[in-house]
Design a protein around this ligand. Structure first.
Ligand SMILES: [Fe+2]
Length: 177
């Protein structure tokens, strides 16, 4: 928990690519939306930590603009796997694939993505084909990843009030392995 807190304290002010919020604000807004939806502590924690990979594998401002997929979902899931259950780590690992799935399920979803998110989608493998979508929906925790993705997409409001980091870290401590 100390390492996570230190990462947010030292790198949380990095801007979320192409949006008017920092990484810490984005994390807190995503977790607050999960809390408001009465999600489990595991999924609230996944919401808080889903983009931790951006802080673990820094690729500078807007890596997608330079043709780089930072693979942040894998960096975060790998970092967390010894400390949190699969109900936290799997939705994090799958939240990029959830975007690929939602684009296949709902054309309007794609249209509403930010420019950066559309660009990174291509680098992340693009919209799922029918068989890829089928496969994804049969993967454990894919439904949680889709819920997480919806909150993720909404968590980009400059200046929005949220609960503080220590509130979510305290909750997360309760589910450490
Ligand atoms: Fe995110």
């Amino acid at each position: 928990m100390n390492q996570i807190e230190a990462l947010f304290n030292t790198s949380g002010d990095i801007q979320y690519s192409g949006e008017g919020v920092s990484q810490l604000e984005h994390a807190l807004q995503t977790a607050t939306l999960a809390l408001e939806a009465q999600a489990s502590t595991e999924l609230v924690t996944a919401a808080l930590l889903h983009d931790l990979g951006h802080l673990l594998n820094k690729k500078g401002e807007t890596p997608s603009a330079h043709g780089i997929d930072d693979q942040h979902q894998f960096f975060a899931a790998h970092f967390l796997k010894d400390f949190f259950p699969a109900s936290v780590c799997s939705p994090i690992r799958l939240h990029v694939d959830a975007k690929r799935a939602l684009c296949a399920l709902d054309h309007h979803y794609y249209e509403k993505l930010s420019e950066d998110s559309k660009r990174s989608l291509t680098l992340q493998g693009g919209i799922f084909s029918e068989s890829e979508l089928d496969n994804f929906l049969n993967t454990p925790y894919s439904k949680d990843a889709i819920e997480l993705r919806r909150w993720d997409d909404m968590a980009k409001t400059p200046g929005k009030k949220t609960l503080p980091l220590h509130y979510f870290l305290d909750r997360a401590s309760a589910i450490i392995l």
